[in-house]
Design a protein around this ligand. Sequence first.
Ligand SMILES: [Zn+2]
Length: 216
Amino acid sequence: MTAYQFAVRYLLYCSNQHRRGSYRRDMMQDKRTQAAVDAGHPEWAELPATKHAARVLRAEGWPIGMPKQFFTGLPCREGHISPKARSDSRCIECQRIYTAKNAERIKAYFQANIDKHRVQDRRRRKKNRATIRVVERRWDEANKSKVRLYAAQRRALEANAALPWLTDEHLSEIEAIYSERARLTEETGLSTTSIIASRSSTPTCAVFTFPGISKS
Ligand SMILES: [Zn+2]
């Protein structure tokens, strides 16, 4: 930026008498973006920068799918560079640590009040049905292989052919095959039959076998 550009942007009013830009504000914004990148979460820079900005955004209507948080780029009192909750301005990392430390107590409290929580949850889902639907559909779009895997599991369950001994590793293996199938379908234009877990010791489908999966 030349000295002249700097002067126009930060020292003078525009021809319409608009307020000049703030050099400090711009520097803060750059620092905040850099802090988000350094923390490994560049998406935090998309959040409102201050409690006040979050309040304004809330009044305008919070974008669907955006976490109810704001990100200042400054460390909390424990030194975490992390977003803060819109509702009570608590550091998300501090919250996570607190929840992990008190997991047993929180779980016990939840169990003791499970009926109340069920009613609350149902009321909340009913109230936010439209939003939840959008968020869930987006998740489906982003996790197509998982959706296929769950559908296959449901079919297997209905056909009474579920494999209770499948481990998480098996499932992620099967999920990888679903993504591979989607890729091949896209590449060749040919579709394959569905993969359905069977009772045989080596589940197979039309194209793939599962050498890694054996009933042991
Ligand atoms: Zn913190």
